[in-house]
Design a protein around this ligand. Structure first.
Ligand code: NAP
Ligand code: MG
Length: 502
């Protein structure tokens, strides 16, 4: 029996054909200039919708609405329990619409529907529920102070952990709805108001999410969503009325965000690129390691900031392991995300496909050897943004494919000899987002985990995420942490109150 493509449901079709609008101050509005931009399905590059092209004036309106909601609206008077309830309600609403969100995500981003259904949407729901619970656990502290120059005086010192205010949030296209959740959950739990700018390649699930805030009970202006091009992001990050900007995306744009934030010294948190190593020791379970390191790079088509894009394997098992990884890469079923048997969909856009192919060509030119892949599929798939899973070996440390974040299904592999060498080599990059270590020796695992300059170290696994586990970068992979209680640090500010007792 041939398995056929899943056709978008009636609800999806009607959503796609809607005239989409920004969410500003609780109202759905057109961009001030009335402009729109095309939204494409990367499986065949067809135009599936049009999104409003919000610009600087729309950002100004949205920031004003967020400011009004923060300073004057009912939001500031909500109890932490009420804030938690709204986040929980939002999670429930998204969960009810899981299939619709999953299909939209797949049509917009290209990832397999099986993944959108099993990972992106459930993780989003779980994330909002986590922060629903955390809203009631934010607290200050009481401090004993001595004040040596006031002998005999008595003081009571306590801290309040308060929201920062208006937060600008700029997100990428690799996990569109989930990245919105990572940003919104903590910001709202902590009592802030938000202007969210989704990536231009993938605005659809954010536009659908915009329908739900009022129903969940959020007052107008607490969440504002402005779709648009980079100008909208630039206007948000430089806006004098924004108290903090949170950005996930390329390290290059991360630098721009920091510069743009200088005008009003707004707080900044950055979750940027990576070139994360997967390190395999000879004592690892090679079945587990081969499947694990292949998943580390090929999951989400390599479009993960923490993708295991550098494979370092002990020389004794190098040939066997890269043989197995290449074999797995070869077997991955490429196809449209809406096909139930697809294991890897197209990359997000034609630009991303060309960018990844340029990196592959650079690797070829610099003399690296291709073990598998190295091109894009021909035939039916040539009209989509597909790139074949690719494994390079015979690489040199200074090659572009070894240093740059490719953000596609491209793995570079090399052997190593001993433990001290592997720590130095793993850290030999400007990035420091993540790493995985594959070993059955607990001593090695601990030693390497401590030696790595990376915000997350996985042992015998990769790409494991949980709302309670902090995530973020060392070095040029960014600063600040997302998720867990740790994310509250960058979404709250501490007020110290000192009372003299008479
Ligand atoms: P990007 O330009 O960094 O985009 C990320 C977000 O920033 C998008 O919402 C984007 O808006 C916005 N943006 C772009 N220029 C801006 C500016 N000057 N000021 C404020 N916001 C701005 O990433 P990309 O161009 O889509 O992808 C390029 C490469 O970035 C990828 O190949 C990959 O290497 C890396 N990347 C990394 C991550 C990650 O999670 N670490 C995520 C995505 C991409 P527009 O969508 O309108 O451009
Ligand atoms: Mg861009």
């Amino acid at each position: 029996m041939t398995v056929t493509m899943i056709e978008p449901s009636g609800e999806i079709q009607s959503f796609l054909s809607q005239k989409h609008k920004l969410l500003i101050g609780g109202k759905r509005v057109d961009a001030i200039n009335g402009e729109i931009f095309e939204v494409q399905n990367p499986a065949n590059n067809s135009v599936i919708a049009y999104a409003p092209k919000g610009g600087e004036e729309d950002i100004n309106r949205a920031v004003q609405a967020a400011r009004d909601a923060f300073e004057n609206g009912p939001w500031g008077k909500f109890t932490v329990s009420e804030r938690g309830k709204l986040l929980w309600k939002l999670a429930d609403l998204i969960e009810t619409l899981t299939e619709e969100f999953a299909q939209l995500e797949t049509l917009d981003n290209g990832k397999p529907l099986t993944i959108s259904r099993a990972a992106d949407i459930p993780l989003t729901v779980d994330h909002f529920r986590y922060y629903a619970g955390l809203a009631t656990k934010i607290h200050g502290e009481t401090l004993d102070i001595s004040v040596p120059y006031a002998p005999g005086a008595s003081f009571f010192d306590f801290t309040l952990r308060e929201p920062i205010g208006v937060i600008g949030q700029i997100i990428p296209w690799n996990f569109p709805l989930l990245m919105a959740a990572w940003k919104l959950g903590v910001a709202l739990a902590a009592g802030n108001c938000v202007v969210l700018k989704p990536a231009e390649q993938t605005p659809l699930t954010a536009l659908r999410l915009a329908d739900l805030f009022a129903e969940a009970g959020f007052p107008d202006g607490v969440v504002n969503i402005v779709t648009g091009l980079p100008e909208a992001g630039a206007a948000l990050s430089s806006h004098g009325g924004v108290d903090k900007v949170a950005f996930t995306g390329s390290t290059e744009v991360g630098h721009e965000i920091v510069k743009a934030s200088a005008g009003n010294l707004k707080r900044v948190s950055l979750e940027l690129g990576g070139k994360s190593p997967s390190i395999v020791f000879p004592d690892a379970n090679l079945d587990v390691a081969a499947a694990g390191v292949a998943g580390a790079i090929f999951f989400n088509h390599g479009q993960c900031c923490c993708a295991g894009s550098r494979l370092l394997v002990h020389k004794n098992v190098y040939d066997e392991l890269i043989g197995r990884v290449s074999e797995q890469a070869n077997k991955i079923k490429l196809g449209p995300g809406m096909h139930p048997e697809t294991e890897m969909g197209p990359l997000v856009s034609i630009e991303q496909k060309n960018r990844v192919l340029d990196f592959i060509n650079s690797g070829k030119k610099e003399g690296a050897k291709i073990l598998t892949g190295g091109d894009s599929p021909s035939g039916d798939m040539s009209s989509g943004c597909y790139v074949n899973p690719t494994v390079f070996e015979k690489i040199q440390p200074n090659m572009e494919i070894v240093q740059a974040e490719i953000f596609g299904p491209v793995l570079v592999a090399a052997p190593f000899e001993d433990l001290d060498e592997i720590i130095t080599r793993s850290n030999d990059t400007n990035y420091g987002l993540a790493a995985s270590v594959w070993t059955n020796d607990i001593n090695k695992a601990h030693k390497v985990a401590r030696g790595l300059k990376a915000g997350t170290v996985w042992v015998n696994c990769h790409n494991i995420f949980d709302a309670n586990a902090p995530f973020g970068g060392y070095k040029q992979s960014g600063y600040g942490r997302e998720m867990g209680v740790h994310a509250l640090e960058s979404y709250t500010q501490i007020k110290n109150v000192i009372i003299q007792l008479h």
